[in-house]
Design a protein around this ligand. Sequence first.
Ligand code: NAP
Length: 480
Amino acid sequence: MSATLPAGTPARPLRVAVIGAGPAGVYAADILTKSEAVTSGALTVSIDLFDRYPAPYGLIRYGVAPDHPRIKGIVNALHKVLDRGDIRFFGNVDFGTDLTLADLRTHYDAVIFATGAIKDADLNIPGIDLEGSFGGADFVSWYDGHPDVPREWPLEAKEIAVIGNGNVALDVARILSKHADDLLVTEIPDNVYAGLKASPVTDVHVFGRRGPAQVKFTPLELRELSHSKDVDIVLYAEDFEFDEASDEAIQSNNQIKTMVGTLTNWIAEQPEDLSELTASRRLHLHFLHSPVEIHDDPAHPGKVTGMTFERMQLDGTGNAKGTGEFVDYPVQAVYRAIGYHGSPLAELEYDARRGVIPNEGGRVLDTAGSPVPGIYATGWIKRGPVGLIGHTKGDALETIGFLLEDRLTLPPAQNPDPQAIIDLLEERGVEYTTWEGWNKLDAHEKELGAAWTAAHPADGIERERVKVVPREDMIRISRD
Ligand code: NAP
């Protein structure tokens, strides 16, 4: 093959490390292997994919709600990529502790960061630190069996506020209001089922600060709310305000038109007297409510007992302004779902406001704003936590395009031998997991699902999988 290499192309494979085995990282690795440079034989690549968790799939395993099998199904496509055998997977390896940037530079010609965004964006209002005030992203991590969050989640509130009008707010509100038994068909871990089963919740209130034509969630996710058994949706006529910009959005955007249609149908079908609603739980959708303060009271100092919102009105441009009217809701828990935020990475510049690694089209920049040779970013850590999973493919294409453009000038790895990184991890006592290990854990989780199904024949529920949560168990099963 070296006879066909253009001048300057290294005769050995280009060694690339991808940090983060979620969709963004897997797409980047896959796109690189399928690039014209590689398929034409002009370039050979050798890619190692690292993740801090013992299992691959990042956001799909730890961010997508368990009752979203269609989105969880993206795993099948990612599985096919990793199962080909041309990309090595190393799980349970933490960038910043187990491996440093200097290590990666020693062993790879290029490094792509695809570490995503898993933290909750901050909401700076009084009372946000009270007991009973939670980040929606943390709750998602809990119900998705994330190995690093506590096993127990305090589900003690009867009335709950969820702040935000994006898909995460709907996920959080749906899981909080759904009856636990209706989640048994999913892969939820046993501790999550037990926690949700004991929840005394009766009312979940979702608050958007703008109007029904300014929501950020999507039609399928909205309609899905009405599929939860024994949960009534409640809407309020005074929240249905539309300004000129709303009318324009309804005319020009099919998604908005569909959602406004769904919401107006629901409110039209709702009994005027809400006491005629029959379900044991209610999911209220409020619009034009901006969060002001979370309260405790003298009988429960330090604990959430209520929340104040300012009523908003649309200003003609689709934005909302305060009316000076304040409303209180008695709630014992508050979940903010106002967006995710990235986390800084050791030895790299970080834009704390946007929660991203500063970059130009995926080329990571230094303090002076110049590209750092050989260092790239893709996915949410590149452009911020917006967009659906499929959108990260476009990101990866752009990043890989620049990497290929730069490939002849990359600072070459001093130790590109693929065995050397394994030796280093072993020398450091890192209990890394592999693709083979993931297949073992995957099979084990499926066996747990089959065992549950066999043990509960009367329930008529077929569980495909039950997730293993503790990190040490994931590692033990993978490395067995
Ligand atoms: P998002 O779509 O950006 O929604 C954030 C929401 O929080 C918006 O309604 C925003 O209101 C509101 N908000 C922001 N700051 C606020 C504040 N200070 N006070 C009150 N409200 C505030 O974020 P997300 O829900 O975290 O979702 C992130 C991405 O993941 C999205 O692209 C989403 O579609 C995707 N996702 C998809 C699925 C799915 O497909 N099922 C599931 C989960 C997530 P404004 O609009 O007024 O700013």
